[in-house]
Design a protein around this ligand. Structure first.
Ligand code: GLU
Ligand code: ZN
Length: 301
């Protein structure tokens, strides 16, 4: 077996990072499929990470169901699945460091106090020196824009001071914020390429900022177009299409490929999931992914 020197970063490591607040749906299939194909077509690894940081919002049985659905749909990931619930030491260490460096601070504002500020934190606790007890922890954001070049969406820029404001990295109840966990885990797992839904596009500048603060390298990003439902709602956290059914694996994989701009040949109709994925890896062209949603109702299900 060929071993590359460990000082050499791997060329491509991708991942799929579902949240077990519900079953996988068509929108999740798009993210799983695109991240998988992009990794495999590059000869890279593809990892599975369960983002189970919010036990009260977790749906009982969802983790198991997600894993089984991925298997039924023909996906094979490298190594053991990582659970974010096992990573609390790493999150705590990072928070400690950000606090020590004066980059983060305790915030005791109530929801009511923050009303009427359009979601932008008004900075009440920035220099208050509150104790950490019973407080959320917020990260100071700089008065500047963060920009990156997305492989599908192109240039994306957001001014953290004006558009986002100091944001919470640990809630008052101890819950670790997604923004912090995702950055630490992607770096820890050596992820070079993040492929995910465009609903997370406007989280990315916060993640770039965290990477900079924590001295982590920045992955490449590819944000997938969101699927629009017939009623105009985006598929995603709030509006989901029905859970993926095992017996629909092949037709839904073909539909997901078409939604990603790929052109599966008619010979694949009726093929097994593994055969469809095999073809799709060999023919993957990320350049065909549409930038904006193009799905009509008939294509959705
Ligand atoms: N866990 C997130 C979700 O299910 C995805 C996180 C990511 O891909 O960065 O929406
Ligand atoms: Zn506050």
């Amino acid at each position: 077996m060929l071993c590359s020197p460990s000082s050499q970063p791997e060329r491509y490591v991708g991942r799929f990072a579902p949240t077990p607040s519900g079953y996988l749906h068509f929108g999740s299939l798009i993210a799983a499929l695109a991240s998988y194909l992009d990794a495999r077509a590059a000869g890279g690894r593809w990892l599975l990470r369960m983002e189970d940081l919010d036990p009260p919002r977790e749906m009982p049985g969802a983790q198991q169901a997600i894993v089984e659905t991925l298997q039924r749909y023909g996906f094979e990931w490298d190594g053991e699945m990582l659970r974010q619930s096992e990573r609390h030491d790493a999150y705590d260490a990072a928070i400690e460091r950000l606090l020590d460096e004066g980059l983060a601070y305790a915030c005791t504002c109530s929801r009511k106090q923050l009303e009427g500020h359009h979601g932008l934190y008004p900075g009440f606790c920035r220099d208050a020196g509150h104790s950490l007890r019973d407080a959320a922890i917020r990260l100071r954001v700089p008065d500047r824009a963060y920009a990156f070049s997305d492989r599908v969406q192109g240039e994306f820029r957001q001014h953290l001071g004006r558009e986002v404001g100091d944001f919470v990295i640990r809630r008052r109840d101890g819950l670790i914020a997604y923004q912090l966990a995702v950055v630490l885990d992607d770096a820890w797992q050596g992820v070079t390429d993040v492929v995910r839904g465009a609903d997370l596009l406007d989280s990315t500048p916060r993640q770039l900022y965290l990477q900079e603060l924590l001295g982590l390298s920045q992955p490449r990003y590819l944000h997938l177009p969101l699927i629009i439902q017939p009623d105009g709602h985006k598929l995603g956290k709030r509006y989901r299409s029905p859970p993926l059914q095992p017996h629909e694996a092949s037709p839904l994989l073909l539909r997901a490929l078409r939604a990603l701009g790929q052109r599966p040949v008619t010979e694949l109709d009726g093929a097994l999931p593994a055969e469809i994925l095999h073809w799709a890896v060999a023919h993957w062209d990320a350049g065909l992914i549409p930038r904006t949603p193009t799905l009509a109702e008939a294509q959705l299900r």
